[in-house]
Design a protein around this ligand. Structure first.
Ligand code: OTU
Length: 621
């Protein structure tokens, strides 16, 4: 190793080594073999640091000197399943021109590591962290893809499924064969009473498809903790080797060119009797320790928390107290996403307005992943504290919004479907592609209703205005509707989330090529939003502030002194006086969708969007 690399390693150790030791000591320090275990882990980290390829090490150095590089860069994300987007990893590389046209510089590929054979929850039951799913290619293909993406200026984000492994992962197999250490990787109770004791305070993620949180496994002689599907075995982070294995698995992938890790199901990592076993304090110590490992070996890497919980419980994933800013750089703003859909259903902006008003600024060097749709359902529970603090009945109010989006209310424009709800009165989640939820036609060649196009723009404009990294969902750029593939009927029936997991539509891509129909419209609308957000005057570093625009349908968001966006969720037109909002009356809209200029006033049609962005960078004279 060169003297430079060695000096660099020593500096990193000064910065993050102590933090790593502190964090791990607070989790595992009581154990007799802690010092030895820690020594082994540090040695393994050293080996991974030495093995870091030169081009990635160069990226590390650039990013270390600009920790908010991803905010400055105004990244645009895109999330897709490998098979549905490109067939294979090599096929994904073939889609780079499509991504580049859209302005994407962050690609989240849903799980592509070797998955359980048979049902694998879309790859979220990982059988090996060191092999690619054979149908998608090989590790060599992954390295080739990350190199091609880097060449195109696109960072690859991979899931790191931390909470569980597949029941055919080598650890689970060894445990079933009687290996005591591997048995300790899992939570196993010989008698059902202990499972029942936990069950009393646990929720259910899939109450219909996978009720309960424990699965009886005869080969384990007891009940295995399975929060999600019975074939996804929760890992036990109280057992230090689990942490060591997962940290190294992450860094091996980082050395193959993965630049961002989506920490799947982060809230579930630590179990405590008498609680819902979500967001426990130790979860944050585990994640901060993982971050310290990344800082030591691959400091250019970003960690993203997938914590689909109410926003006040998401904030700690950025790091709190003396760990402020030291945990995940990114976290999903699922509350904003759910509240925006509820607002669309209610014809009133109250929920996103209240939600954003109570969302504090994120620590320096961190920011939100915002999005309109993703591969999962819209999880309504994240809005419970908000709705209840506003004095509403959660069940009644959100039940109405969900029914609207699921097309169960006369006059609704939306064509979604309920997820994991036993009857019309139960609410859990809602499914559907963005286009179906805003009422765009299924047929890409049908001319869309302008109101539906405005709703599509409104929802995306909100995500692009608020987020550090807005994340588009594959197919949405083409206005693709719900998955209607006959080959997927069985999957959709078993797990409704497959409704929003179609293959990239060849017909829609062809329409885009010919500049026709829905795809041409939605693609152009997104490109305009992306371009406006990348103008020098867009205040990417300024916090979002809610402004009272004096109308229940309007959400008005300021960013810094000169930038303001108006999002109209109401069903009646509304006239707005920009001067009253502190802007020059002649301020020009960088984005103007459904807005009519009527002298001093702007008239916003239902679902209109207006973005005003100063010409220059904030702070420029
Ligand atoms: C995540 O999801 C993934 O996004 C899902 O696709 C997986 O099924 C799941 O983990 C298991 O790996 O745990 O913290 O309601 O929002 O399952 C949130 C559905 C999760 C998802 C929920 C979620």
């Amino acid at each position: 190793m060169s003297a430079d690399r060695q000096a660099e390693g020593a500096q990193r150790f000064d910065r993050a080594g102590e933090a790593l030791v502190d964090r791990l000591a607070s989790l595992y320090g009581e154990r007799g073999d802690f010092a030895e275990w820690l020594g082994d882990l540090c040695q393994a980290l050293g080996t991974l640091a030495v093995a870091r390829p030169h081009d990635l090490a160069a990226l590390d150095r650039q990013r270390e000197s600009r920790p908010d590089w991803f905010i400055e860069q105004r990244m645009l994300g895109y999330s897709a399943y490998v098979d549905r987007f490109g067939g294979t990893l090599a096929g994904v590389a073939g889609r780079i021109p499509h991504l580049a046209r859209l302005g994407v510089d962050y690609l989240h590929l849903l799980p592509f590591l070797r998955a359980r054979s048979g049902d694998s929850d879309g790859g979220f039951a990982v059988a090996s962290f060191d092999e690619v799913e054979p149908a998608y290619g090989s590790m060599a293909d992954l390295e080739a893809l990350t190199a091609q993406l880097r060449e195109a200026g696109i960072s690859l984000c991979s899931d790191l499924v931390l909470n569980h492994v597949a029941d055919d992962h080598a650890w689970a197999r060894a445990a079933m064969a009687g290996d005591a250490d591997k048995r300790a990787f899992f939570h196993v109770f010989a008698d059902r009473a202990r499972a029942d004791a936990y069950e009393a305070t646990l929720g259910e993620v899939f109450p219909q498809a996978a009720p309960g949180n424990f699965t009886h496994v005869p080969a384990m002689g007891g009940w295995v903790w399975t929060t999600f599907y019975p074939f996804q075995w929760d890992l036990n982070y109280a057992h230090p080797p689990v942490f060591a294995e997962m940290a190294q698995a992450m860094l091996r992938l980082a050395n193959r060119g993965v630049e961002v890790f989506r920490l799947d199901s982060a809230p579930f990592l630590w179990k405590r009797p008498g609680t819902n076993c979500l967001n426990q304090p130790e979860v944050h110590v585990v994640l901060a320790a993982l971050r310290a490992c990344a800082t030591l070996v691959a400091p250019g890497v970003l960690l993203k928390a997938e914590a689909i919980v109410p926003v006040e419980q998401v904030m700690p994933y950025f790091g709190e107290g003396d760990r402020r800013g030291q945990e995940c750089q990114l976290a999903y703003h699922s509350g904003l996403m759910a509240s925006a859909w509820a607002a669309l259903a209610e014809g009133d902006a109250a929920l996103p307005r209240q939600l954003l008003a109570r969302t504090p600024a994120t620590p320096p060097g961190t920011g939100w992943i915002t999005y309109v749709r993703c591969h999962d359902d819209i999880v309504w529970n994240v809005l419970r504290p908000l709705v209840e603090s506003a004095g509403g009945d959660f069940h009644q109010r959100i039940g109405r919004a969900a029914a609207f989006l699921e097309g169960r209310v006369p006059g609704s424009f939306a064509r979604g479907a309920a997820f994991q709800a036993g009857d019309d009165d139960a609410i859990h989640g809602s499914n559907g592609m963005a286009a179906a939820l805003v009422g765009l036609p299924d047929d890409p060649h049908v001319a869309p209703d302008p109101a539906a196009v405005r709703r599509f723009v409104l929802m995306h404009a909100l995500a692009l205005w608020v987020g550090a990294v807005p994340l588009l969902y594959m197919g949405d750029e083409l206005g693709q509707g719900n998955n209607a593939d006959p080959a997927d009927r069985g999957r959709i029936a078993a797990d409704g989330r497959w409704l929003q997991r179609p293959h990239l539509s060849a017909a829609a891509m062809a329409a885009l090529e010919q500049q026709r129909g829905v795809p041409a419209t939605t693609f152009a609308a997104l490109r305009a939003l992306v371009a406006a957000r990348r103008r020098p005057g867009f205040p990417a570093r300024e916090a979002v502030q809610v402004v009272d625009a004096g109308h229940p349908g309007l959400l008005a968001l300021r960013r810094g002194p000169g930038a303001l966006a108006l999002f109209h969720f109401g069903r009646e037109p509304v006239a707005v006086d920009l001067a009253a909002l502190g802007l020059p009356a002649d301020a020009r809209g960088a984005i103007s969708s459904g807005v009519e200029d009527t002298g001093r006033l702007r008239t916003l049609a239902p679902w209109a969007t207006l973005w005003i962005i100063p010409e220059r960078e904030p702070g420029d004279a």
